[in-house]
Design a protein around this ligand. Structure first.
Ligand code: FE
Ligand code: FE
Ligand code: ZN
Length: 277
């Protein structure tokens, strides 16, 4: 089963996202758990979420991915910023349990001037406070491009975080194709080598999801600007290799490209045409 979708707006509700996904030929999707700029999440609508679960079942959806607001910084040097991130993530994880057995992704954060080691220590502390033994949601660390003092642009850093977490079986990684290429992992010319490195350092069993984005910038640029599939520096052939790779093809793929629904529908159609059944 090829599970592909894109980022959708949660503002219309959960069942509405499922319907939008179907409209564009998707069988999964990603959504922000709340307005990325604001802090308030909508009241929990369990009926709407239940309707989405039924739609997902009827249409063989892959796992869906809740994305934490990208403005959070779980390892900020500012006490209240850090505390806020913890509270939002804790609340998000409670909400995710209304959609059991799905995925929750977050950006590890920026250490500001504290240094990578200190930043990693704080992220681990946060995760150890919010992860619960009985949760069904897997929490994913996103691979980052390495802008500024971002943590998570190397497989070693992600591994270090997972190693520090007590409930390791609740943790995984979401690989963003634009970010890893910007971070200096050459998935264009050496996908096999990058996957082997991931497997050696983190373990491919920890890879739960892929953000499928082309990049506006050259290799190792540490920039993080997404581009439409096939129109950036990664190129269509890279995506053909990724979605068909025997060690990746079973994973859910999420587009975060600069397009509206219509553009995403085209990308999904194109990718379905090159996916070898
Ligand atoms: Fe992200
Ligand atoms: Fe991403
Ligand atoms: Zn990005």
């Amino acid at each position: 089963m090829f599970n592909i979708g894109c980022h959708l707006s949660v503002s219309k509700g959960f069942e509405a996202m499922g319907k939008d996904a179907l409209k564009i030929g998707a069988n999964t999707f990603q959504f922000f758990t709340r307005n990325p700029r604001g802090s308030k999440a909508k009241a929990i609508d369990a009926v709407d979420m239940e309707k989405l679960l039924i739609l997902m079942k009827e249409n063989n959806f892959g796992p869906i991915l809740g994305h934490a607001p990208y403005t959070l910084n779980a390892c900020s040097d500012n006490e209240s910023t850090k505390e806020f991130a913890l509270q939002v993530m804790e609340d998000d994880l409670k909400r995710m349990e209304y959609l059991p057995h799905n995925l929750y992704n977050f950006h590890p954060g920026s250490h500001v001037k504290q240094g990578t080691e200190e930043g990693i220590k704080i992220i681990i502390e946060t995760l150890n406070k919010i992860l619960k033994e009985d949760q069904t949601t897997i929490v994913l660390l996103e691979t980052m491009a390495g802008k500024g003092t971002e943590i998570g642009s190397s497989f070693e850093e992600l591994k270090q975080i997972i190693d520090g977490v007590t409930l390791k079986d609740k943790m995984g990684v979401c690989l963003d194709t634009c970010h890893v290429y910007d971070a200096g992992y050459d998935i264009v010319n050496d996908l096999e080598g990058v996957l082997n490195k991931f497997d050696e350092i983190i373990g491919l069993d920890k890879l739960y999801a892929i953000h499928l984005n082309d990049s506006k910038n050259p290799f190792n640029s540490h920039k993080d600007r997404h581009e439409t599939i096939g129109e950036g520096t990664l190129g269509l052939n890279t995506f053909v290799n990724i979605i068909n790779h025997p060690r990746l093809r079973h994973l859910p793929f999420y587009l975060e490209t600069p397009n509206e629904l219509e553009g995403h529908a085209k990308e999904i159609k194109m990718l379905r045409e090159v996916y070898v059944l």
